[in-house]
Design a protein around this ligand. Structure first.
Ligand code: SAM
Length: 199
């Protein structure tokens, strides 16, 4: 990862969402991106040009654009039409983003456009976040990683966030090795990152 004066940045064409620049690099703001928050908090895995990423919950491409600055190819899945319009514009300006309008619950629908990936990154804020991740493991290479951004309030707003996290962790541990778990405070409340590797 690239750090300038302790600021996380990425190298790519700027002006995607009004992000700041620092010495010509794009500032990757932990308050605007959960993945940036994970890196700033000392977690995450190194993003390098040799890896392919499946990104579930691409929204308007804010975080996708930074991931694409670091990696080889990003398959970016989003099901809502409005953010998809912005994502298409981001993809038009970069050569390595494959935008896919689909429901992440239905990986069979985008399997024809996919290759095996080294990293699945998921940020979908749905009640069945773990189930969605597990369904998409068909695309993960052996030795690959999953980073799941768990929004505990989307799973169940009435339950204790710590309890929701431990249940999600247990669900993932049936299929993967959990290598890191951390809350994203103070950047994102009631969100935790669960980082797993495939066996
Ligand atoms: N990851 C984005 C970023 O950092 O820029 C923000 C993602 S936002 C919290 C969640 C996104 O997931 C929304 O755009 C929503 O439409 C999308 N989403 C939710 N459920 C989905 C599903 N089942 N399939 C595809 N996209 C989904």
């Amino acid at each position: 990862m690239i750090w300038l004066q302790n600021v996380l940045v990425s190298r790519g064409e700027g002006g995607v969402y009004g992000e700041r620049t620092l010495d010509g690099y794009r500032v990757w703001d932990p308050y605007r991106s959960k993945l940036a928050a994970l890196y700033v908090l000392g977690g995450g895995m190194e993003l390098i040009p040799e890896i392919r990423v499946l990104y579930l919950g691409a929204a308007n491409g804010t975080t996708v654009s930074h991931v694409a600055d670091y990696t080889g190819t990003v398959y970016a899945v989003e099901f809502a039409p409005r953010p998809m319009q912005d994502l298409l514009e981001v993809a038009r300006r970069r050569k390595n983003i494959v935008p896919i309008m689909a429901d992440a619950n239905r990986p069979d629908e985008y399997a024809p456009f996919m290759e095996a990936v080294d990293l699945i990154y998921q940020d979908v804020a749905q009640p069945n976040q773990v189930e969605i991740a597990v369904r998409n493991l068909v695309f993960l290479k052996p030795g690959g990683h999953l980073i799941l951004m768990l929004k505990t309030r989307s799973v169940d707003v009435r339950r204790d966030p710590a309890e929701v996290l431990s249940e999600a962790r247990a669900g993932l541990e049936r299929r993967l090795d959990v290598v890191d778990v951390r809350w994203l405070e103070p950047y994102h409340h009631d969100h935790a990152a669960i980082v797993c590797s495939s066996r």
